[in-house]
Design a protein around this ligand. Structure first.
Ligand SMILES: C=C(O[C@@H]1C=C(C(=O)O)C=C[C@H]1O)C(=O)O
Length: 393
């Protein structure tokens, strides 16, 4: 017998996220989204949405909910590449109970391997700047990865709880396609809301423009203030907020954003952010459809989008997979939240492949962008229990 609906699940998802509700653990953890006090946790696999591309997501989600119980939830990940297959699942149990974790008893010993090396990444940034000078491109986001390996399976529950220590982020865990031998997950602590939808209300919080937080409070404040004044970072940011406004506008009867970005912060990074809010023309439009329309924004790809995606494929030594995609959930009313899949890693057994990217615009400095990606690894490394001096950036 299907046991998907548990206590509290007749409550609409958005309310459950706010209120918290009971649940019965027991089945294996399938997905989790923890944002401050709000939690959405799925256990046990009920069914998967037939995988497909971003262009077909809205239709597949609509078809899924036509044949699903009123309290069904779809959660999962969209890949960076719009033409690659997504991975969305329905859990047998959904609750607002965070999984209980036992803290790491002895921190495991980690091996760290950057891919590409910091030097090769800086050269790719310089190559991208050369392409920009040649004309056409206004912004491209390049990334690098760091493989962290240990000899025992990573404890996903403990990792999730440590990622959730920062109240400014949404800690997430979602399954990735592929089965044997060990299942793959994407875990992270993203500060960036791609789109949230509840009834007619729609929100987005694009970020772009970054600076590392400092231990010394005066230095830290100065780093934030310098970011807020930086012409290069404001330009880099405006490309993202304008894209989000332009993309959401046709769906909205009203849409607004403050004039200019605001300084926002996580435990490890300063960012420029713009809080966008609007009212949808049609409240039944699905948050998954809005996510598919927006993704990938210039926060993770570039302007213009297609040319940036081509340059990313040429300059990065790997396929991004689900890094810089979107992770989130959606219910039968279309309500849901989708986050930009950053500050994250693919987890398989004792391996975590971390990713970090930085927006490149004319005026960017390859060494500074490399340092920025190193800083962006910080939150995840800390959650793995890897100390600062080992950050291997
Ligand atoms: C691409 C990443 O972050 C994005 C890029 C930013 C930037 O270039 O300043 C800031 C926030 C994110 O939108 C990442 O963390 O991997």
């Amino acid at each position: 017998m299907r046991r998907r609906a548990m206590h509290g699940c007749s409550m609409p998802m958005a309310e459950m996220m706010r209120a918290g509700g009971a649940g019965e653990p027991g089945e294996p953890l399938l997905f989790a989204f923890l944002s401050g006090g709000r939690k959405l946790v799925g256990r046990g696999m009920a069914r998967a949405l037939a995988s497909g591309t971003a262009a077909t997501l809205a239709a597949r989600v609509a078809a899924f909910f036509r044949n699903a119980p009123a309290d069904a939830v779809l959660a999962g990940a969209l890949p960076f590449d719009r033409s690659a297959g997504d991975n969305l699942v329905e859990a047998r149990q959904v609750s607002a109970d965070a999984p209980e974790a036992v803290p790491f008893l002895a921190p495991p010993r980690w091996g760290l391997r950057p891919d590409p090396s910091p030097g090769a990444f800086a050269r790719a940034v310089a190559a991208a700047l050369g392409e920009m000078e040649a004309g056409g491109l206004r912004k491209v986001v390049l990334s690098r990865s760091l493989l962290a390996e240990t000899d025992r399976a990573i404890d996903l529950t403990a990792l999730l709880q440590r990622l959730a220590d920062d109240p400014a982020v949404t800690a997430f865990l979602v399954p990735l396609p592929g089965t044997d031998p060990a299942p793959r997950f994407l875990a992270g602590a993203t500060p960036e809301l791609l789109v949230g939808k509840a009834g007619r209300a729609v929100r987005s919080h694009p970020l772009a423009g970054s600076a590392r937080r400092r231990a010394d409070p005066a230095e830290d404040r100065a780093a934030g203030a310098a970011l807020e004044r930086s012409e290069k970072d404001r330009r880099e940011h405006a490309l993202v907020s304008e894209f989000v406004l332009d993309t959401l506008a046709p769906y909205c009867r009203s849409l607004s954003a403050p004039e200019g970005p605001r300084l926002t912060t996580t435990a490890t990074m300063w960012h420029l952010g713009t809080r966008i809010a609007g009212e949808l023309k049609e409240p039944e439009v699905s948050s998954a459809a809005l996510a598919a329309a927006l993704h990938p924004t210039p926060a993770v790809c570039g302007v213009p989008r297609e040319a940036s995606a081509r340059l990313i494929r040429r300059l990065e030594p790997y396929d991004r997979g689900f890094y810089a995609g979107a992770v989130g959930w959606c219910d039968a009313r279309g309500d849901g939240e989708w986050h930009v899949a950053i500050r994250c890693a693919e987890i398989r057994g004792g391996q975590a492949r971390l990713y970090a990217g930085a927006g490149i615009v004319p005026g960017s400095d390859p060494a500074a962008e490399t340092a920025e990606t190193a800083a962006k690894f910080g939150a995840f490394l800390r959650a793995l229990g890897i100390e600062t001096e080992e950050r291997g950036a």
